[in-house]
Structure formats: C-alpha cells, structure tokens
Design a protein around this ligand. Sequence first.
Ligand SMILES: CCCCCCCC(=O)SCCNC(=O)CCNC(=O)[C@H](O)C(C)(C)COP(=O)(O)OP(=O)(O)OC[C@H]1O[C@@H](n2cnc3c(N)ncnc32)[C@H](O)[C@@H]1OP(=O)(O)O
Ligand SMILES: Cc1cc2nc3c(=O)[nH]c(=O)nc-3n(C[C@H](O)[C@H](O)[C@H](O)COP(=O)(O)OP(=O)(O)OC[C@H]3O[C@@H](n4cnc5c(N)ncnc54)[C@H](O)[C@@H]3O)c2cc1C
Length: 662
Amino acid sequence: MLNKSIMDGDNPDLTEERMKGAFDTDKMAAVIYGSEKFAIRRREITESISRIPQLADSKPFSFMTREEKISESCRKLSVLSEHWNQLIDTNNEEEALHLYREVLGLEGHAFSLHETMFIPSLVAQANDEQQEKWLGRAKRREIIGCYAQTEMGHGTNLRALETTATYYPSTQEFILHTPTETALKWWPGALGKSSNYAVVVADLVIRDTHYGAHPFMVQLRDEKTHNPLPGITVGDIGPKMAFNGADNGFLGFNQYKLPRDHMLMRHSRVEENGTYTKPPHAKIGYSSMVKVRSRMAMDQGLFMVSALVIAVRYSAVRRQGFLDDKSREVKVLDYQTQQHRLFPSIARAYAFIFCGFETIQLYDQLLIDVKNGDTSGMSDLHALTSGLKSVVTHQTGEGIEQARMACGGHGYSMASYISEIYGVAIGGCTYEGENMVMLLQLARYLVKSVELVKTGKSKELGPMMNYLAEPDTQIDLTSGPEAYVKVFQHAARRQVWKATDKFHQLMESGQSRDIAWNNSAVELTRASRLHTRLYIMETFIRRVSSISDVSIKKVLIDLVNVHVNYEVLDIGTYALEHVSSTQLDSIRSQLYSSLDTLRPNAVSLIDSFQISDMQLRSVLGRRDGHVYTNLFEWAKASPLNQTHVLPSVNQYLKPMMDKAKL
Ligand SMILES: CCCCCCCC(=O)SCCNC(=O)CCNC(=O)[C@H](O)C(C)(C)COP(=O)(O)OP(=O)(O)OC[C@H]1O[C@@H](n2cnc3c(N)ncnc32)[C@H](O)[C@@H]1OP(=O)(O)O
Ligand SMILES: Cc1cc2nc3c(=O)[nH]c(=O)nc-3n(C[C@H](O)[C@H](O)[C@H](O)COP(=O)(O)OP(=O)(O)OC[C@H]3O[C@@H](n4cnc5c(N)ncnc54)[C@H](O)[C@@H]3O)c2cc1C
C-alpha cells in the first residue's frame, strides 16, 4: 500500500484518491521531516499520546472560552509532566515541538515562549555560571520563563525602548524601572499569568551613559505563591485575533532591584565597579530573534499545510456540480480553479519546509561559531531570515485564506478550524519583526551588495549574492526549472539594481540618507521579496534534485513544475522585462497541464505530512473523510444547543413578542 492512510470504513472518495497515489507516503514523510528516523519518531510519539486518554481534548477548542483554553492547556501540561521521558527524547527540540503541537495545538500555552525564546536566550546570552544557575532549572521546567522585549510604545525600534536598567556600583545592583505608560512591556507571550521569570530587554544605563538594549534575567513572581513580587505590575493584555490560549502580557517595574549578575553576560559585561565591556558584535543581543526567525519558514510551512490538509481532503469528498458525467456530481477538487487555488500552495509549503531545514541548520552553526568567537556569519543570516520570515508569513496567510475559501461555507465555520490556523499564522507577519521592517533590513544588505559590485569588490559578496554581479543572458524556457530560476535572477537583479540606483540618485540630488531611503522604500521591499523568492525556488529545486528515490522524485518534480510556472506568472510584471508575452502564454499553458499532472497525487502529497486528527482539530479535514455526520455531531455539541430555550429568549425575546401581540 503506497498511501499509508488507507483504512477500512473511510469515505470511499478519499480511499479512491489514496489508491491513486503513485508514491509511498512514509517515504515522502521521511523527505519532509529530514530523515526516516525522525518521521518514524513522529508517528511513534503520536501513537503513544493516543494511549494516554487524559491528553485528549476535553471538548472542541472552538467551544471553549479563553479561561477554559488556558486551564485545559495547563491541565495537559501537568499530565505531560508525568510522561515527558517516556514520550520523547527531552533533549530533542523537534520531538518536543511535535509533542506540543499534538497535545496542545497552536493557540499557545504556558510553556510556548519558555521553549521558543526563554531557553534559547539563556543558551545564547547567559555565561557559563549563569547557565549553571538557571538553564537546568528552566529545562527541568522548575520555573516558567518568557521573553519580554516589546513595549506598548515601541516594538520595532529597539533603540527607543524606554525600560531602564540603571547600574549602581555602590550596591552592585541594577534598578529596573518603567518610566512612562508607554514603557510598559506589552505583548510577551505567557507573561500575563503563567511565567514566574522573564528575560527582560532594557536600556542599560551606567553613570548616565545609555548603552542600549541588553537582556536581564528577572524573577517576576514568588516561587511559592505565584504572586507578583513587590515592585512588579503584571497582567494579561486581553483577547486577540487568535492565540487566545496564550496569556500575552503587560509588565511594569517600579524601581525594581536586580543583582549585578542577573544581566546576561556571555557577550557584554558590567564589572562590579561599573566598567562596561561591549559585545564582539553590536547586534549579538538580538540572537533570540534570529533563532525564532530561522524557524519560521518551517513553522509557517506547517501552518499552511494544516490548512491544505483540510481543504484538499474536503475537496475530495465535497461533490458539487457536473462536468462530463451528468449522472454524478464531481468532486470539487476536479475543478481547475480549485486546483489553481490549492496546488501552488502545496508547492510553496514543501518549499518553505525545505528552506526551513537550511535556516535552522545555519542558526545552529552560527551559535557554535559565535561561541568560538566568530561572528562573521551574523549579517548573512540576519539578512536571509529577515527576508524569508516576511515572504513566508505573507504567502502563508494568502494560502490559508485561499484554503478557507476553497471549503465554501463550511470553511467559514469554526468546525473547519481554518480561521484559527489563519489567525495564528498571520501573527507571524508582525511578531519577530514587522514584515516591511524586516524586508528593509534585507534591503540594506542588498544595497551594500550592489555597492560592492559597483566598486569592483564582487569577490566579497556574501552567499546567494553572486547573481547580482552577473550579466543578463538569453533564457531558454525549454531547458527545465533552472530556466525559471534564471527568470527570477534577472528580475531580482534588475529590481535590486533599480532600487539601489534610485536610492543613490535621491542622495545625489541632495536628499539625506534617511529621506532617500524612505523615498525608495517600496522599491527596496520589492527587491527584497524577489531576492527571497529566488532563494526559495533555488532551495526547492536543489533539495528535489538531491533525492534518489525515483517515485518520490518524480512527484516532487511535478510539484516543482507547478511552483516554477506559478511563481514566474505571479511576478509577471517583472518577468515581462526578460521573457516575451508569448513565452508567458506558454508558461500559463504549462501551469495548467502541471496542475492536471499533479491532481492524482494531491491527497497523498498532503497525507504525507502525517498530521493527526488530534493535531488538526478540524471536522472538515478528518483523515477518514466522514465530514457530514461529524459536522452535525459537532454542531449539536455547541453550548447553545444544550437547551431548547435560552434564558435570553425568556428574558427578552418572548416578552417583546408577547407585548407585540397585545
Ligand atoms: C509560538 C509563537 C512565538 C511568537 C514569538 C514572538 C516573539 C517576539 O515577537 S519577540 C520581539 C521581536 N521583536 C522584533 O523582532 C523587533 C524588530 N526590530 C529589530 O529587530 C531591530 O530593531 C531592527 C533590526 C529592525 C533594527 O535594529 P537597529 O539596532 O536599529 O539596527 P539598524 O540601525 O537598522 O541596523 C544596524 C545594523 O545592524 C544589523 N543588524 C540588525 N539586526 C541584526 C541581527 N539580528 N543580526 C545581525 N545584524 C543585525 C543591520 O543589518 C545593520 O547592518 P548594516 O549597518 O551593516 O546595514
Ligand atoms: C502574536 C504576537 C506575539 C508576540 N510575542 C511577543 C513576545 O513574546 N515578546 C515580545 O517582546 N514581543 C512580542 N510581540 C510583539 C512583536 O514583536 C511586535 O509587535 C513587533 O515586533 C512589531 O512591532 P510594533 O508593534 O512596534 O509595530 P510598529 O513598528 O508600530 O508597526 C506599525 C507600522 O509601522 C511600520 N514601521 C515601523 N517602523 C518602520 C520603519 N523603520 N520603516 C518602515 N515602516 C515602519 C510597520 O511596517 C507597520 O506597518 C508579539 C506580537 C504578536 C502579534
């Protein structure tokens, strides 16, 4: 059996799809998750979780209030604490993340920032003595931490953070203080109610000199009572678009004393007498953000996949309208528009995940290099991850919204769960650096790269930048996916040069650097997007070329074909400067035939992600495809349906109607 999801009693429409799949979904899972070993571990973990009934949802998330969601995730965390070692290798980050996704879902929980930012901050920023003191406690989950950087008044411009940490040599203490309302920390996940510790980012002040943002380890709550410590104001910021299982919080300090050794001192130091040692790289304190950004292509790819699993499976069981055969309505997946809506997103999701593997490895390597005193890779990775997080979050949002619409009316119901996936995913457009701002960070790097080429220093170009120095060449579109890469290279190169030229010309015309930058900013962000999309395409093709299994490679090449045709058409206005409109027409025809080619493997391609029903939490996306019966069951479970007559009817509607009768 090639598609390992086939089971007796499933919706025959889905079974038919799975029978058509031309490749082994377990083998594809091994490609997606980087190794056969990890793909097997994922399945084992899912299986083990299903044998612990207390880890099941006590009711559908959609029917829970915020308080219930928070309480439910805390309940499950306490159950998990009895089972960690038997369920996962606790030193393996990917296994832990899989476990969290399965059991706790994606709406946030008390440990989300503890794992994603608090521990990584201690790993990257704390010195050996500090790690000795706190890291073990954090990893054993004796304490719960978060990352408190953003303030009500400033998130993007870190230089303007108002929270101060002023050092007094006389007492060898810092005084943390929130001087204004806008200086309140605002947004940090798990801060509001769960965390008792935080890595707090504050402006370091010594003898009236401001040294800028630095990280501090701060205890917020009493370890016995969980009450806020004196001098600390902390609470929840209220409901959000999504992520409502998370207690994003606010935090203020009133002259709060902190011992000297609570500043995280791996890279910068404050001696007892107040002497300051600056870090080896000015932005080394930003590493926790780079860590999360380097994960985002993978995480967003998985968000998009969740929505696609739901939409593709549902499209295979939803029948509406007729094509040739007038005796039976067709599966909506057979409509070309439906395929055009969904398949390019499947391709992007695969591409994002392959890119995600690369950037996670690059971050891990950077961490080792920085520990050994080599910070030379920081700028490259910062530029790459800044562009990537912006493009993948934006495209993921678009893809999920298309998946929602592809499910028609039922897609709009919380039964599909797509609205929650969407809400959580698009948070990524904002957190870890607002997308426009991050595109402009990459643009700085691109502009510098063009300046290197212009001054004859092409040899100094960073990785991925050589194409900026190459001349335009003739493009032969019949030569395979590499020709499409060439189209992207031409388009990205032209746009990067055009935006840089505009910036330079504005400066030459007398505008200051900042004003010229602002007046070129839209063109610069366009350059960053094209450059990043080129990287995504190249990585996708490179990864697929390296695969040896013939049947897996064949279907992934089909997916690459969908990708390259779709992406080139999507940048049509830029591509037209390098390919003719006749060539674009032929790309369009190729796209339609590549959708056709992919069609029989669509369900198997999304099944290969092996996302369990528990993790998916969607009635429409169930593996067995029994949508309608379960939709009705789900609606019957709505709290509104637990009584025939609601109190509000008796209190308001009935008296109103009775009065009208008089
Ligand atoms: C489960 C769900 C998880 C959700 C987690 C969400 C958690 C969060 O959101 S935590 C908060 C995240 N906050 C942010 O991301 C804030 C975004 N802002 C920033 O990162 C910075 O302020 C930034 C980068 C925009 C500007 O920083 P600033 O210090 O003003 O630098 P700037 O003057 O623009 O640039 C100076 C140089 O530093 C470089 N630089 C900036 N950041 C970095 C970095 N991280 N690494 C290396 N170099 C860097 C720039 O490239 C630039 O280089 P050059 O001069 O050669 O061009
Ligand atoms: C779900 C979620 C979770 C979060 N978790 C955390 C957390 O755990 N810890 C934490 O510390 N923070 C957290 N944050 C905060 C988050 O990191 C910030 O909101 C984010 O960095 C954006 O900053 P901002 O809110 O100041 O946006 P702003 O900078 O105010 O953005 C507003 C607009 O101004 C534009 N803009 C700003 N500066 C520039 C510029 N220089 N050039 C051009 N345009 C500009 C932006 O593009 C945007 O359009 C979280 C946020 C969310 C939504």
